[in-house]
Design a protein around this ligand. Structure first.
Ligand code: SF4
Length: 370
């Protein structure tokens, strides 16, 4: 699906910052659209049919921006039973799904053996791609087992892990991470997990959550870190920028409570314009990352459609289930038909893909939604 030419010349950090600060919205959008056209000249927009499965919501990290986690003794705390998990996977396959995205909190009672058993149990029963366990989970497993990151990833791969999602990146700037998620792994470890996975031949994605307390420089720092690692490994299949959803989060509440005196929790929730600007810059800056995903989960279907002219070439997942963003009170529900219609009415041909962005189905009847 992707043409291998790289847009040139590569923009510098300084130029990136200048674009974020000063470029007019349509100008930066047109730049990103040009890059998208060069990399994906066939006018196709991909999506994947899959389901987000969160095996537990118990987490010791307690990130201030997270509305999903619960304490172990909270009445809403859970660890998904195998029966329930298998039911969800069966349903996904019945609906044409080819992948599950499985991730969860850092549960103090779950060790590496639990994850190995879980992966083997899934792979013994189902022919499905397992995109699972973001870098904070991998580090937690490695630390608990006293193993290196490389060995931990090898063990998980042997048990059936196919690829790693880019969750837990938020902003790859330790200045920001120390404030919004002080217990979470830092920038270097997040990058180390991805580098080790790439060296082992495993593909991963990269994400960025913006619109909390970061500045524009932090966004550039994040993009630069991803671009540098990708230059070395070429292991990222896609980049997914999405905006912080403050509802039901400690960070959102603290910022609101601090009112005019807010300093530490001075959040700047991203507007639609901010989203498009950051998305477009991501497309232009990450000249070595083949795919940029629109986030209908946080932006809604209509904004995701607009995103296709601001650098995005992928609509992400159909998300037959999503819990993390929903916990923050943002619940955009769409069907596969909605996605097909949104892509085609924006002037593109929808293509169902796998995690590696190989097209697996283009023959759809496009619904006429009024
Ligand atoms: S964002 Fe992830 S690591 Fe942080 S509290 Fe939520 S589940 Fe835990």
């Amino acid at each position: 699906m992707r043409k291998k030419s790289r847009p040139s010349p590569r923009i510098t950090r300084k130029q990136g910052l200048d674009l974020l600060r000063n470029a007019d919205l349509l100008g930066i959008g047109m730049m990103a659209d040009d890059v998208r056209k060069k990399l994906h000249p066939a006018g196709k927009v991909s999506f994947i049919i899959d389901r987000n499965i969160n095996y537990t919501n118990v987490c010791i990290n307690k990130c201030t921006f997270c509305a999903f986690y619960r304490e172990k003794d909270d009445p809403e705390a859970y660890v998904l039973s195998r029966r329930n998990l298998f039911h969800k996977i069966r349903e996904t396959i019945e609906q044409g799904g080819t992948q599950i995205l499985i991730q969860g909190g850092l549960h103090p009672d779950l060790d590496l053996a639990y994850y190995v058993d879980l992966l083997k149990a899934i792979k013994n029963r189902f022919n499905i791609h397992v995109h699972g366990f973001s870098p904070p989970e991998i580090c937690y497993m490695a630390d608990g087992a006293g193993l290196t990151l490389k060995k931990t990833i090898q063990v998980l791969m042997e048990a059936g892990l196919d690829s790693i999602p880019g969750g837990g990146a938020e902003i790859l700037s330790d200045r920001v991470r120390e404030q919004i998620s002080p217990k979470k792994i830092g920038t270097t470890r997040w990058l180390n997990v991805m580098e080790e996975a790439h060296k082992l031949g495993m593909k991963t994605t990269a994400t960025m959550m913006f619109g909390s307390i970061e500045g524009l420089e932090d966004i550039i720092e994040h993009l630069e870190a991803i671009r540098r690692l990708q230059d070395r490994t070429n292991g990222f299949t896609a980049f997914i920028p999405w905006s912080f959803q403050p509802g039901n989060t400690e960070l959102g509440e603290k910022s609101e409570a601090a009112g005019k005196d807010k300093k530490k929790f001075d959040i700047n929730p991203a507007t639609a314009v901010d989203y498009l600007r950051v998305l477009a810059l991501s497309r232009v800056y990450l000249d070595n990352v083949p795919n940029i995903q629109a986030s209908w989960v946080t932006q809604g279907l209509k904004m995701a459609q607009v995103a296709l002219r601001f650098g995005a070439n992928d609509f992400g997942s159909t998300m037959l289930e999503e819990n993390v963003v929903a916990a923050a009170g943002v619940k955009y529900r769409v069907s596969i038909q909605d996605i097909l219609h949104a892509i085609s009415s924006a002037g593109f041909k929808p293509v169902q893909r796998d995690m590696y962005y190989n097209g697996i189905n283009e023959k759809f009847t496009i619904p006429d939604i009024k």
